[in-house]
Design a binder for this molecule. Structure first.
Ligand SMILES: [Ca+2]
Length: 306
């Protein structure tokens, strides 16, 4: 039986790439894609998600737009990429696309999917945890339907990426997905869910450099490689890492990763809001500690060769 996965992403370049990776996994049954209005503008992010599912022959998978809100907006400079990708020529070869956009909100869709699930579902969240916090508050019974949470977020023993000179008053310890809505992270930490973090501690080890993008170029006769290469080319001037893609790749081959247990607490307010702090006696979580990079890069090149 296939492993059921519900994806909740927040519409950045990396989230589209994570979606493109998840959809290649034969042993996974994606139950839907929720788009959170965080690192994007929501209309183009939803639209691009649907076009990607169409391109990959996955138009039976529903997309739901979340209407939850965060506290600290992502920089516009990041969010505008959603417009660029939605207009990529490769995603606009047809006038219509058939992947459905649900009428219900993303957060209510999350609740319904979990309530209706016959076996526990893996949640893969590559953005903030706001939908999940909402769902746990509104329908506490869903907690037992979640097999585990795989989350790209947090920074345990490395600096955050909410930079002090961009976000006045902050101390630089928070990671952006946590910072968007630190209260939601704190809520999820109150649950007894199994949490597997893909934090900046490990993603700092998987940069996306021009050599890798050029390898995608060499296999651009495959549509998904072409699209992935375009996505990465868009962000190559930034210091870019395979954040959400690494989190997603865990589902592809867990033995390539070593997990490590930590005790942590969430700083929900003040100058460290969004910090995922290692504290003895705190809430136990798992963090991806190491990944076999000789597996990771060839794996995503291979998966996108289609
Ligand atoms: Ca993301």
């Amino acid at each position: 039986m296939k492993q059921q996965v519900l994806l909740d992403h927040d519409g950045a370049v990396d989230d589209f790439l994570a979606t493109m990776l998840l959809m290649t996994m034969e042993h996974i049954e994606p139950l839907g894609v929720i788009v959170t209005p965080a690192d994007c503008y929501i209309q183009p992010a939803v639209s691009a998600t649907r076009k990607i599912l169409d391109l990959m022959g996955k138009s039976h998978i529903p997309v739901a737009e979340s209407t939850i809100r965060g506290i600290n907006a992502f920089p516009n400079l990041y969010r505008r990429d959603s417009f660029v990708i939605d207009n990529f020529p490769i995603l606009n070869q047809r006038d219509n696309y058939s992947t459905p956009l649900l009428r219900e909100s993303g957060q209510d869709f999350m609740i319904r999917v979990l309530q209706e699930a016959s076996t526990p579902v893996t949640l893969l969240i590559t953005g903030p945890l706001t939908n999940l916090a909402y769902a746990l508050d509104k329908a506490p019974e869903i907690e037992s339907k979640i097999q585990r949470l795989i989350w790209m977020g947090g920074a345990l023993n490395v600096p955050g990426n909410v930079e002090k000179n961009w976000e006045p008053g902050q101390d630089g310890s928070a990671e952006w997905n946590a910072y968007w809505d630190a209260l939601a992270v704190a809520r999820v930490w109150q649950s007894s869910l199994e949490i597997i973090m893909c934090s900046l501690d490990i993603t700092n080890n998987v940069p996306v450099n021009p050599e890798f993008v050029q390898k995608l170029g060499k296999q651009r006769q495959y549509d998904i490689s072409d699209l992935a290469g375009q996505c990465y080319a868009l962000v190559i001037p930034q210091d870019y890492y395979a954040w959400d893609v690494l989190a997603t790749s865990y589902l592809g081959h867990p033995p390539a990763f070593q997990l490590r247990s930590w005790e942590t607490e969430i700083i929900a307010t003040g100058k460290s809001q969004g910090r995922t702090k290692v504290v003895s006696g705190g809430r136990q979580i798992w963090a991806m500690d190491t990944v076999d990079k000789d597996w990771f890069y060839p794996y995503i090149l291979q998966q996108w060769r289609r």
